[in-house]
Design a protein around this ligand. Sequence first.
Ligand code: ATP
Length: 136
Amino acid sequence: MENKLRLDIVTPHGLVLSEDVDEVTAAGTEGEFGVLPGHVPFVTTLKIGMLILRKDNKTEYVFVNSGYAEVSPDKVIILADSAERAEDIDIERALAAKKRAEERLAQAEKYDFARAMAALERASIRIQIAERKVPR
Ligand code: ATP
């Protein structure tokens, strides 16, 4: 489709999203990046973060848990460990995961610190997206 980008978000659990959009912003490990139709091809790794898609003047937020992005002029493919659209985020589950991670971080000698930090990051961003407390 002219002047659109096909965005596919794929996880081991299945296809999360496949849509024609106007713009994608994602959290690369080297920093946030934006893609419009016609972008030069590149591949990058993704960190735990928020993907923002704009489509027909609407903005949607999607949780993306690490992975890769492959960008070509008419397509963005996201391969992530897990991903959810805002409306599919179970906020109670994320709040429970956040509490669990915080408890583990408070007993750092008993738990893997990096693992608990990553769990806290996932839960915090899920909560932000689900509550639409997004910084823009
Ligand atoms: P938890 O400790 O609650 O399992 P997690 O961050 O360890 O959270 P992931 O490993 O990222 O979970 O994801 C495992 C599966 O569960 C994926 O399919 C993911 O989409 C789903 N999932 C995890 N947390 C949520 C949530 N709060 N709402 C909806 N789906 C979730």
